[in-house]
Design a protein. Sequence first.
Length: 152
Amino acid sequence: MLLPLQTLYFEDLSVGMTERLSKVVSSDDVVGFAEITGDRNPIHLSEHFAARTPFGTRIAHGLYTAGLISALLGTRLPGPGAIYISQTLNFRAPVRIGDRVDVEVTVGELIRERARARLVCACAVGDTLVLDGEALVKVPLREDEKGAGDTK
């Protein structure tokens, strides 16, 4: 799931712009996320343990799903150079191994004075919303890029 990079400057953005990605969650993804973060909660790693929970099976870490939003922000909208300021997350439903997560990020507001974009974020499995929230990112200005090499 390596998305091609797309660099958008603040001046390229408009309210309503949307980018999407889809990712099927594998057991290796969940195990790898546990290894990287240290979150070894058995609900993510042990089918035996997870079978006794209300979910009945292993589920992906909530922040793994949120990380898919980060992937979209850092590669496509707005892309390289964007800096996360904040993110709200509402976990609505579990994501299971084998689920296809559809991620959508939409520009909700542009704040010119601070070169910020408020992005509406949603993740779904089929027709079920599993995560939603808002991200605030600092977006590079095209005019900053032009002056980046200036030493005067």
